[in-house]
Design a protein around this ligand. Sequence first.
Ligand code: S5P
Length: 469
Amino acid sequence: MNKKELALKLFDLGVLQFGEFTLKSGLKSPFYLDFRRIVAYPDVLKNISELLWELTAELEFDHLCGVPYAALSISSTMAVLHSKSMIVKRKEKKRHGTKKMVEGIYNEGDSCVVIDDVISSGISMIETLEALELEGLKIKHVLSIVDRMQGGALLLNDYGYKVHTVYTVREILEFMKEGGKINQKQYTNTLVFIETNRINFEQVRARREQATSYSYKKIGKEAEHPVAKKLAKIVQSKKTNLCCSGDVQSGAELLKLADAVGPNICMLKTHTDNLSDMSPQIIQELKILSEKHNFLIFEDRKFADIGHIVMQQFTAAPLCIADWADAVTVHVVAGSSSIEALKATGKLDSTALIVVAEMSTKDTLTSKKYTLKAIDIAEQHSDVVLGTVSQNYRSENPGIMMLTPGINTDRKKDGMGQTYNHPDEAFSKRGVDIMIVGRGIYQADNPALQSEIYKKIGWESYLKRYNEA
Ligand code: S5P
């Protein structure tokens, strides 16, 4: 079948529908495209797959990747018919097993052509492409059966992707009119709808850029220290910006907590000097858990003394923090010499610093002036600083994250000076990157469940930045 015959067939099979439909966005549309139906019709599936394959004639690439669900059957068909490797991007990450976002066999740097059934606004496609790029795949070309002509193809072009489509919706409309499938009124209504429902891609791009100026992707790119890059990667792949503060009193409690909350956190914060039975064995087991669940270990030691002492505190037994912590906190109340001393230990290749710039207590002495100065110092040492602990202010350098404690969904204070904010306030209003939750999780009846709830609230609140931008 040629393109026109196929379009008419798609109409007969209910893949192309004309009438009145309410889209996910709430928008009323005079047409609806449902390519999930084509799995029932092998001939049509094959025909569409071949038309899409023709679009790749000039392209060189290693893998095909179909966006679930509609394009999965199509990319599989193309892969089988033309002996091409296929990879699959999960809609939701697996909770067990290999924990991969992308299934299949591929290497970093491999090129991939991505296929979706319909390009609408293009935003969900961009998010898919970014997730694949995070895995090291290189994407230049995107295929789809239909361009809804809403501006998505332009947006994708603007982001540097080349879009190839079999049909534009306008073309389909003409085929339907010529083939007598729709009447004059439907034709006119649909045409008017297409012409008047284009997104302003300049506006979308500007909004997205503003919203993503401190996105985890950008953080990962701009951060200088390898631990910071790793953290940004963990946050994106696990979809969690939650750091659990494990302020318990024994090694057994800490390990039990780490195993329970591990799947839901990007970092575990410790105060190991508070553990009554601290030993190298505990650290060894904690390290195993951090690998099992893919989180970083952040020792909240808050170094604050003169350089000479700070160096000893960082490296000396029995804690030997420099040997195992992925990140440590440091005050700059003594000036930048604390950071310089920690650098001088030569141990900051595998440990990053977090500068305490502003505290969460109700009568903290960290005034705005102090906080901004502390952020300044953090910026001057961006090669070793992963972020700042702060409540209201952040570095404008996206490579320096803002980590915020004093987060609780149920309390405003603890009666001992601590003050709390809701995650929503932190992420969508204050621009926080990582929230630190202690008692809100480890004092709960079920810390595993509680951490999952915080994880979801934190992630949704972060996404609100995009939606409300
Ligand atoms: O200003 C601060 C800085 C820090 S690191 N306020 C804080 O509360 N913290 C730490 O965050 C504090 O040491 C504790 O480990 C955690 C907050 O615990 P929560 O039980 O109040 O959530």
